[in-house]
Ligand binder design. Structure first.
Ligand code: ZN
Length: 148
């Protein structure tokens, strides 16, 4: 593993399960025990019913590109070699959205509804980041062959 020099997420009591799941290559999402609503980012209280009773569930890791923005300028020195890069919102099949990157698609290849699946990127020995790649059935298909 090469030296990782980008900013890292802070592990907090609310996010610890998420990062421990990623270390085991499992994408875990919070679910309200009172009403069943899934939520991400992790937080203490259910935004639907206000309950603090929470559990963590493993999700499929499959989803679709919901939206994205492209950074053409590095806002931190560690990203200089990455520009232009896309910060992408992926909507999981289970309905929650998370901000991530698509590791095997350039910004020009992205489209809304693009099927993706989670991969886990080792940042440090403690932090494994959930990233996404094109779904396996899209591998080997160029974007010009896809009817949108
Ligand atoms: Zn709830």
């Amino acid at each position: 593993m090469s030296q990782y020099n980008k900013p890292l997420p802070q592990i907090t009591p609310q996010t610890r399960e998420l990062w421990e799941g990623c270390r085991k290559h499992k994408l875990l999402i919070q679910r309200c025990r009172a009403c069943g609503t899934l939520r991400h980012y992790p937080r203490i209280m259910c935004p639907s019913c206000g309950s603090w009773d929470t559990e963590w569930v493993k999700v499929s890791g499959k989803g679709k590109v919901y939206s994205w923005t492209v950074a053409h300028q590095a806002f931190h020195p560690a990203f200089i070699d990455d520009v232009p890069y896309a910060s992408v919102i992926v909507e999981l099949d289970e309905g929650v959205r998370l901000v991530t990157n698509i590791v095997d698609a350039s910004p020009e290849e992205l489209y809304i509804g693009m099927p993706v699946e989670v991969v886990f990127e080792d940042a440090t020995s403690e932090i494994i980041l959930p990233k996404f790649k094109k779904s396996s059935w899209l591998q080997g298909i160029s974007s010009s062959q896809i009817v949108r």
